[in-house]
Design a binder for this molecule. Structure first.
Ligand SMILES: Cc1cc2nc3c(=O)[nH]c(=O)nc-3n(C[C@H](O)[C@H](O)[C@H](O)COP(=O)(O)OP(=O)(O)OC[C@H]3O[C@@H](n4cnc5c(N)ncnc54)[C@H](O)[C@@H]3O)c2cc1C
Length: 393
């Protein structure tokens, strides 16, 4: 993000009347609203503003598949390889807590209002070798108290409508949601100022206060929290080598008879699918077909990936042959080098706090991560795998 001399001069003239807050949160996605929620809960007297360059949910938070999950079986395998079994389980349980906290604090008794369904999820094995591996890891996950069970090919076809696979691992704890309805519901619980169509150009410190320059004037705050995920490097250049943008694409068909029980992962293709309560079949993924081109900030769909998604629908789903496309869209995710989020204060300015790098799992992480970030802001330790200080700037 850059700003012209002409615009900057206009901003300078409005700097005489800055808007003052205790805490300014930049980014109006699930991370920003969740952070505002926990701040407000920590101290209802805090004067908080959220600044969003478009509308709340314009970023990945309003463009995702709505999986509120801990991840796939394959994800657990990767976590175990990377961190060992104990930490992998801790990371999985962090997402379990995310879902529980969302239910307790946001969804409460309004599951229908946000289309929340506690369906569980399934990771489909793409080959006999994967199926064998998944069964072994399923047994390990059970030893950790995780509620997983095997699904044979017939049950896979009956419950998830897919053909041509050896089996899958079902995890009971997961579910899905309508992402924008969830954000709106969360927003309804906030008694704070939300400035939409307000783009942050730069931040600086003056006399110990954080000054935020936007196209709608200047905001001044004691503390600043940047919940920009993929967009963080565009505001703070030092994150360019740490956060990588990655585009995700989704296709939704016209409504089909009900046949997919809950969210499914098919990780070989980096592909995922579920059916909406309206019968629309949603499928996303296939980033692996064009990884370099998909590492972009450009919000557009491509024939290569959309054709692959539609072809998968046609070839692998019950009712797929008669499916027609209803929606196609894209969104930008923010990936961190180790796949884990970054939480905490900047080493060179402890009045600026960061939450970023959801690495494609923000719906399954952000509400709990926001609570962790706010607790960190008020002195509690942040788990090592999420602590921003694991990276050098
Ligand atoms: C296609 C797709 C499918 C996905 N599916 C799932 C899923 O099913 N489950 C799951 O857990 N995760 C999923 N994800 C990932 C998930 O959507 C993200 O991890 C999550 O939404 C990140 O939330 P956030 O609030 O951190 O970021 P965002 O939602 O991107 O919010 C950042 C906000 O900052 C705003 N902004 C940017 N620059 C500025 C600026 N300069 N000034 C002011 N505002 C600014 C943006 O407009 C945006 O609204 C998916 C992502 C995509 C793209």
């Amino acid at each position: 993000m850059s700003i012209s001399y002409w615009l900057d001069q206009t901003l300078a003239s409005s700097a005489a009347t800055p808007k003052n807050y205790d805490i300014v949160v930049v980014g109006g996605g699930i991370a920003g609203l969740s952070t505002a929620y926990w701040l407000q809960r920590h101290d209802p007297h805090l004067k908080i503003a959220v600044l969003e360059k478009n509308l709340v949910g314009s970023g990945a938070s309003g463009r995702n598949a709505g999986f509120v999950t801990c991840g796939s079986t394959e994800h657990f395998i990767k976590l175990q390889d990377q961190f060992g079994l104990e930490k992998a389980t801790e990371i999985w349980k962090f997402s379990e807590d995310n879902r529980k906290l969302l239910l307790e604090h946001v969804i409460q008794d309004s599951a229908d209002a946000v289309d929340f369904r506690p369906t569980g999820s399934c990771t489909v094995a793409p080959s006999a070798a994967h199926w064998e591996k998944y069964q072994a890891i399923g047994a390990v996950m059970r030893t950790q108290g995780l509620d997983v069970q095997e699904v044979g090919p017939q049950d896979l076809e009956r419950d998830y409508g897919v053909t041509g696979f050896d089996g899958g691992i079902q995890y009971a704890g997961d579910g899905y949601v309508h992402p924008i309805k969830l954000l709106q519901h969360l927003r309804g619980k906030l008694d704070i100022a939300i400035f939409e169509n307000t783009e942050v150009f730069s931040i600086s410190e003056k006399s110990g206060k954080q000054t935020v320059r936007t196209d709608q004037g200047v905001f001044v705050a004691e503390k600043l929290i940047l919940t920009l995920n993929a967009y963080l490097p565009l505001v703070l250049k030092e994150f360019t080598k740490i956060i990588t943008p990655g585009r995700g694409q989704i296709l939704v068909t016209e409504p089909l008879p009900e046949f997919v029980k809950g969210p499914c992962y098919l990780t070989k293709h980096l592909c995922y699918f579920r059916q909406l309560p309206t019968g629309h079949l949603l499928i996303g993924g296939f980033r692996n077909l064009s990884v370099e081109k998909e590492n972009t900030y450009a919000d557009e769909t491509t024939p290569l990936i959309q054709d692959a998604l539609f072809s998968f629908v046609k070839n692998h789903f019950r009712y797929g042959k008669e499916a027609k496309i209803s929606y196609q869209w894209s969104g930008i995710m923010g990936f961190s080098p180790d796949g884990q989020m970054l939480l905490g204060a900047l080493p060179n300015n402890t009045n600026i706090h960061i939450m970023a790098g959801c690495s494609g799992h923000g719906m399954g992480l952000s509400f709990n991560a926001a609570r962790t970030l706010v607790r960190g802001l008020f002195g509690e330790a942040i788990p090592s795998h999420l602590d921003i200080r694991r990276f050098k700037f």
